[in-house]
Design a protein around this ligand. Structure first.
Ligand SMILES: NC(=O)c1ccc[n+]([C@@H]2O[C@H](COP(=O)([O-])OP(=O)(O)OC[C@H]3O[C@@H](n4cnc5c(N)ncnc54)[C@H](O)[C@@H]3O)[C@@H](O)[C@H]2O)c1
Length: 246
């Protein structure tokens, strides 16, 4: 199961896992970009995927995705919780509705999908869950305070899920990417009056001074969702060009 599959990292993860032979069930609220991902997989990689359009913050979307995966493949082995939003809002302007929206999509929706897939993961006898957090879950980023709070919450969620589901042989890990070349990063940069300052804010504190290609993050997700990482659970992995190292 991959959420946010119409976006930069979700699409790159779908391609990476599809090429490796995974059976894919994809979701996004953007019907067009989700359809584009399904078409890309089919046309360029010969991979077929089932897909469900919906808002992942609404619990029924998770149920529909699980049902679609079970109908198509009969089992579920892994979850890549990737969908997210990052509205740049100065602290003083942040409302309670902003907080609920950002936490709902970035964190609560991850819980919803894990819960919805749990019976199938248990039935499969093993599973791996990857929750996408952010460098913003570990360090402060300008005008992204609630985004950072939601991404920090994902790290706690991940540890708790790992703890509670270890007895079911279900692993759960978090990934903290640095800035990725995607629509999300474009929107954050555009929200600042000065583009150069915005880019310096996002990449200036890391060691490579560039945005990641989404494939550079998808490769870490692929490792964590696969059996290659069989002894890894409850962990947080950074792929942030050293942003949190200095
Ligand atoms: N882009 C970055 O610089 C960056 C850095 C660190 C972490 N991340 C995280 O990586 C993940 C993917 O980001 P991306 O760069 O691919 O961004 P993106 O904007 O390209 O893709 C996000 C996708 O999530 C979907 N989405 C958003 N809200 C949704 C909802 N309520 N229901 C269903 N789908 C929804 C969007 O339609 C979009 O297709 C996010 O969780 C983001 O926070 C991104």
């Amino acid at each position: 199961l991959i959420t946010g599959a119409g976006g930069g990292l979700g699409r790159a993860t779908a391609v990476r896992l599809g090429v490796e032979g995974a059976k894919l069930a994809l979701t996004d609220r953007d019907e067009q970009t989700l359809a584009d991902t399904v078409a890309l997989l089919h046309d360029d990689y010969g991979v077929d995927a089932v897909s469900v359009v919906g808002d992942i913050a609404i619990v029924t979307t998770s149920a529909q995705l699980v049902a679609a995966a079970l109908a198509a493949y009969g089992r579920i082995d892994g979850i890549c919780n990737i969908a997210g939003i990052s509205p740049a809002i100065p602290l003083a302007d942040t409302t309670g509705d902003d907080f609920d929206l950002i936490m709902g999509i970035n964190c609560k929706a991850q819980l919803f999908l894990i819960q919805a897939a749990l019976p199938a993961l248990r039935e499969a006898g093993a599973g791996s869950i990857v929750n996408v957090s952010s460098v913003g879950g570990r360090v402060a980023l300008p005008n992204l305070t609630v985004y950072g709070a939601s991404k920090s919450a994902i790290l706690g969620l991940t540890r708790g899920v790992a703890y509670e589901l270890a007895g079911d042989n279900i692993r759960c890990n978090a990934v903290c990417p640095g800035g990725i070349d995607s629509a999300m990063a474009d929107a954050v940069v555009a929200s600042f009056p000065d583009r150069d300052t915005a880019i310096a804010n996002l990449t200036g504190r890391q060691l490579f001074k560039r945005f990641a290609d989404a494939g550079e993050i998808a490769t870490l997700i692929a490792y964590l969702v696969s059996d290659e990482s069989s002894f890894v659970t409850g962990a947080t992995f950074s792929a942030d060009a050293g942003h949190t190292a200095i």
